[in-house]
Ligand binder design. Structure first.
Ligand SMILES: Cc1ncc(COP(=O)(O)O)c(C=O)c1O
Length: 413
């Protein structure tokens, strides 16, 4: 499978930082378009917006024909603001909070239920919407244990052995189960994802005759390490599901649509986090580059031990120095604020050019679970997001201000 690198280069990154300050998120929409194109064989591509929910990205994806997943009331609001029709949105969760239930009712948003309590609450609220059931097939897999969403230790979905009873209850209450859904984890691999096919085929008889769609979930991997090929053969993956779809369609007597629900796959490679080196210092034998972005911006290395390719851009037009071993860390008052660490928190160094204060440090493939997982910890402001589209710089989110950060507290001073 092809890797799509961003089409902007160092010149554009320097320019955008000079215009909008650092740190910032810089997206290339062309990469997202190409990734969407890779999945065109599926009947429905439902974007799991949790990966990068900027409303300006969502509206562009809507124009390209995508449907959208929403895992919270806030994500429903984002999808509506981006212009999605309620029927193009699906609320996927294991609980309803009050706000979500109100929005589902008000807009008749289709729901993907992950617990029998959700069914009861829909019924109590007098809501009649098409139903999907998310099934935990009894196994899961992801790039980290923290993103494995299947098996007995996962909170997600309806346990496969309980599907039949839930489906019967739903029918008895007058709901139509249109879709069966599984999502075993994020950043999985071909071997694990392919196990879902036979699990899904085994589940269909327990659901009901009104199924019109099966959703294969997300989890499609991307390769974060340069030069490392993604082990995912998308053509083979699609064929496997398409064959299953044909068998299922035949067994229930009508045609079934195939839905895929990617998050990471569409956006990961589309974005870099650009930061500035603000200190270069030695700790014994270790060299540290301290930058003005921290895990309050990109939490993946600290939270999952995730690897991101890092490059450096000289701001002085000088050639970058020879390669050295450097540890890249952020500004937070928190020792885990290190971008070069492995799962479990082991700090490691990276071969990087010898750099100096003022040079830019670029963290690549930061589009998925990047900006969206940012926080105000240490009272750091959320960074701006800029889109590179048709060779122009388009701001899609301003830098947060101190006033915005403090607004709800100052209201009581
Ligand atoms: C229900 C559901 N669908 C889709 C996704 C997207 O996963 P990924 O970003 O790995 O494609 C997730 C994320 O874990 C999810 O929980």
């Amino acid at each position: 499978m092809q890797n799509y690198n961003v089409s902007f280069g160092n010149k554009e990154i320097i320019f955008v930082v000079e215009q909008f300050g650092s740190p910032l998120w810089f997206y290339d929409f062309e990469v997202i378009k190409k990734r969407i194109g890779d999945l065109r064989s599926f009947d429905i591509v439902r974007y799991a917006q949790k990966a990068a929910p900027n409303v300006n990205l969502l509206s562009r994806m809507r124009h390209l024909g995508l449907a959208v997943d929403a895992v919270s009331a806030g994500e429903i609001v984002r999808a509506l603001k981006a212009g999605f029709a309620p029927s193009q949105i699906k609320y996927t969760a294991d609980i309803f909070d009050k706000e979500a239930l109100v929005l589902v009712k008000e807009h008749s948003i289709p729901v993907n239920i992950g617990s029998s309590d959700m069914l009861a609450q829909l019924h109590e609220a007098g809501i009649e919407v098409p139903l999907t059931i998310r099934v935990n097939p009894g196994f899961g897999h992801g790039h980290s244990q923290k993103v494995n969403t299947g098996g007995e230790f996962s909170k997600h979905g309806v346990w496969h052995g309980e599907l039949e009873v839930l489906a019967q209850n739903a029918e008895r209450l007058g709901f139509t189960i249109e879709c069966l859904h599984t999502h075993i984890g994020s950043g999985s691999d071909f071997a694990h994802l392919s196990r879902v096919v036979s699990a899904m085929e085994g589940l269909v008889p327990a659901a009901c005759k009104n199924l019109n769609t099966i959703s294969v979930g997300g989890g499609l991997p991307v390769s974060y390490k340069r030069g490392k090929q993604n082990n995912m053969n998308l053509g083979k993956y699609y064929d496997m599901w398409d064959n299953a779809r044909k068998r299922i369609s035949e067994s229930i007597g009508h045609n079934i649509q195939l839905e895929v629900e990617p998050g990471r796959y569409l956006v990961a490679e589309s974005c870099v986090l650009a930061a500035e080196i603000r200190a270069v210092k030695k700790m014994g034998k270790n060299l540290f580059y301290l930058v003005d972005a921290g895990f309050t911006d990109l939490i993946r290395p600290a939270f999952y031990g995730a690897y991101h390719h890092i490059s450096i851009i000289s701001r002085t037009n000088k050639e970058l120095g020879k390669e050295v071993d450097a540890i890249v860390a952020g500004p937070l008052c928190e020792s885990g604020d290190v971008f070069t660490q492995e799962e479990g928190g082991t700090v490691v160094s990276r071969k990087l050019p010898l750099a100096q204060v003022g040079d830019l440090l670029v963290i690549h493939d930061a589009g998925a679970y990047g900006s969206t997982m940012s926080s105000n910890y240490n009272s750091r402001l959320l960074a701006p997001e800029i889109l590179w589209e048709n060779e122009t710089f388009i701001p899609i989110r301003k830098r947060q201000t101190f006033e915005q950060m403090l607004e709800n507290e100052l209201a009581f001073c």
